[in-house]
Write a protein that binds this ligand. Structure first.
Ligand SMILES: *Cc1c(COP(=O)(O)O)cnc(C)c1O
Length: 663
């Protein structure tokens, strides 16, 4: 049977054509022209700083032995380097459907290269007079994309900044929420000496007479921020010496000063809090818990549904158990686009559960890990910032977005902090993630100086100005202003709404729907020979495939077969990419990640004996997971019909041949 020569996203092809260098370097002239123009412009800038000075490097050195030798050695090493780079993974090519990488958006790539010539350091405005503001502007653009308010006039006002990637943004989420959750207990130590009524300020039942730490730990972020502001105000009304002494006492009572061990021994009634993440969470959460000194043992995995989304009922049960144990919850993390399966957690349910438990005195921060799926919010965003209705979004797609997915995106504005990766679905070069906080006043809990110093400055300077001292409020120090420039310029050329950036995101989802349908046809054709199963309905632009030879009933044997297929799709270090037809990636679905029912369904669909899918790992013949092929569909040209048949059709053909040849 022939595949239909379908081009599902052809109307978007023309729109997107100028935006990438291209698989064949199709836009090479544009690229060259722009790079050369802005390089020359940079050189003029150098010369015009003090054009009356003579050049410090004399022209005669150009003819010296040393100079020629230097050029020689540099060229040799650059040739060696670029020869090595030829074994790189060809992310730019539509044959690459592996990890979360693709060709790069030209405006960002050029802004990045050009800005590097100026080498701004975004640790502070003094070292980056131009690009710190661009970083904060890019943060606002991303915060708006997520649906947060960014008008300083209304409250709360969000802010965002860039990190080296999603991992560090996740660390910052935990760092910010820790500061918020632990602050009130420290403030309680000086409150008897200040004229602040904590119950009135926080609108929660707090009493200085009650020694129980629980209600102080179970405040929402906004209430904590109100408390801090009231404390700062009360402090600023004190005589200087007393103010200093009380501020020092407050700072010395905080967890950031004491560390978790000392803090908890001072507040004996407070058990170490947990952080809850779905079972599918990125491994950076484990690292974050180790790094913060909480320990990965305090990371609680929330079970997922058979669609690989956080199970809200399980979360509810776990919250009830934790509350009964008197264990506080520092944060619940929801994932918008899981790294392994691209699935979208029910953010709306997490928000609703917080409402429910807040009424019973259990409160927690919500961090949204949208490293992968964050930019998909562009599909739901009106140019003015409003949320698009599901039906309106759905008109461009075959299946997307399910009402669950739409509700998840609609609920983002209620979470406290967010991670999003411009170097993933933002199509920017690696080295740029982002952290966003719904209420930017949370930064006042992180500042590296005492609260009253900050507030004295606060009276004169607005928050915008303060935040330009970026290094005080973020985890990193020196960092490239070029990434801020790249991100900002990209968002300016391609605003983060459905009419602009959203069209690129749209292509990726439409291509995913196309591949989804084609894979079902491939499965039909393979019937009787190989079982090809899509274990989870895609929520975004990522598809996983399970394959098992017909007649095989054992999980380890199936995994060996799938691994042989993957061997043909993977990037091998030192091997030229020309030796591959297509590129894919892999993942596993573990026994413990699935409910008994979901396991039974999956093994049944794959023709496996459920008894061979075990809870225990078993070395070489491991049977506690099912090996999956994983495809990320970022490249915008996957449905381009350069050979009369589009790349995805050709991939299905290839996969079919491969599956039959490795039986
Ligand atoms: C990629 C990813 C991360 C980590 O981001 P890096 O940019 O690789 O540091 C975290 N969480 C999720 C869900 C991701 O997809």
């Amino acid at each position: 049977m022939e595949y239909p020569a379908q081009k599902p996203a052809s109307d978007l092809e023309a729109f997107l054509s100028p935006f990438f260098l291209g698989a064949y370097g199709e836009n090479d002239e544009l690229f060259e022209k722009l790079i050369l123009e802005f390089f020359r412009d940079h050189v003029y800038w150098r010369r015009n700083l003090h054009p009356e000075d003579a050049p410090p490097i004399p022209t005669r050195v150009l003819h010296s032995e040393e100079y020629l030798d230097f050029v020689d050695r540099t060229k040799t090493e650059l040739h060696r380097l670029t020869a090595r780079l030829k074994t790189s993974a060809p992310f730019f090519n539509p044959r690459y459907i592996g990890h979360m990488a693709s060709d790069l958006l030209l405006p960002g790539l050029i802004a990045h290269l050009v800005t590097t010539l100026y080498n701004p350091n975004n640790v502070t405005e003094e070292a980056a007079p131009a690009t710190v503001r661009l970083e904060l502007a890019a943060g606002r653009q991303l915060a708006q994309m997520m649906g947060f308010n960014t008008q300083p006039g209304s409250h709360p006002c969000a802010w965002g900044h860039l990190t080296s990637g999603g991992t560090v943004a996740n660390y910052e989420g935990l760092w910010n929420l820790r500061a918020a959750k632990y602050y009130p207990l420290a403030a309680r130590e000086i409150l008897p000496e200040l004229d602040v009524d904590p119950a009135a300020v926080t609108r929660r039942p707090l009493s200085l007479d009650d020694p129980d730490p629980w209600p102080w730990f179970n405040l929402d972020v906004d209430a904590v921020i109100r408390l801090r502001q009231a404390v700062a105000e009360a402090l600023s009304g004190q005589p200087a010496e007393r103010r200093q002494a009380l501020s020092d006492r407050l700072e010395q009572a905080r967890i950031e000063h004491l560390g978790p061990m000392d803090f908890h021994s001072r507040h004996a009634g407070l058990k170490p809090p947990v952080v809850m993440v779905p079972l599918t969470a990125h491994y950076s959460w484990k690292k974050a818990m180790k790094l913060m000194g909480f320990g990965s043992a305090q990371l609680v995995s929330v079970p997922v549904t058979d669609r690989m989304r956080l199970d809200p009922q399980a979360l509810d049960r776990q919250l009830a158990e934790l509350k009964a144990e008197g264990r506080a919850v520092l944060a619940v993390v929801g994932v918008l686009g899981t790294t392994e399966y691209g699935t979208i957690d029910p953010i709306d349910d997490i928000v609703a559960l917080r409402q429910k438990w807040r009424k019973q005195g259990l409160d927690f921060g919500i961090h949204l890990d949208a490293a992968w799926g964050g930019y998909m919010a562009t599909l739901f965003r009106q140019p003015g910032g409003g949320l698009r209705q599901r039906e309106e979004v759905a008109a461009q797609f075959r299946y997307f977005p399910s009402s669950d997915v739409h509700q998840a995106f609609a609920a983002i504005r209620h979470v406290d902090t967010v991670t999003v990766d411009p170097h993933k679905l933002g199509y920017l070069p690696f080295g740029v993630g982002a952290f966003i906080a719904r209420n930017r006043e949370i930064t006042a809990l992180l500042g590296e100086s005492a609260a009253y110093v900050f507030d004295e400055a606060d009276e004169k300077a607005d928050t915008d100005t303060l935040l330009r001292n970026l290094g005080r409020y973020i985890m990193e120090g020196s960092k490239p202003g070029s990434m801020a420039a790249a991100t900002y310029v990209t968002h300016q050329v391609f605003p983060l709404d459905y009419k602009h950036f959203g069209r690129l995101t749209e292509v990726t989802v439409r291509n995913t729907e196309y591949l989804y349908d084609r894979l079902h046809e491939t499965a039909e054709r393979l019937k009787g020979k190989v079982r090809l199963v899509l274990p989870f309905e895609p929520d975004s632009n990522l598809i996983c495939i399970a394959v098992n030879p017909e007649g095989n009933h054992s999980v380890p044997a199936m995994n060996r077969y799938a691994r042989r297929i993957y061997e043909e799709l993977r990037v091998v270090p030192d091997q030229p990419p020309q030796m591959r037809e297509y590129f894919g990636s892999r993942t596993n679905v573990f026994h413990h990640a699935l409910s008994e029912e979901a396991r039974a369904t999956l093994t049944d669909r794959l023709g496996l004996d459920a008894a061979t899918f075990t809870a225990e790992a078993d070395g070489e013949r491991s049977s506690n997971y099912i090996f999956l092929l994983r495809h990320t569909l970022m490249n915008p040209w996957l449905c381009s019909t350069s050979e009369g048949m589009n790349y995805l059709d050709r991939y299905c053909r290839y996969l079919e041949r491969l599956l039959l040849s490795r039986l």
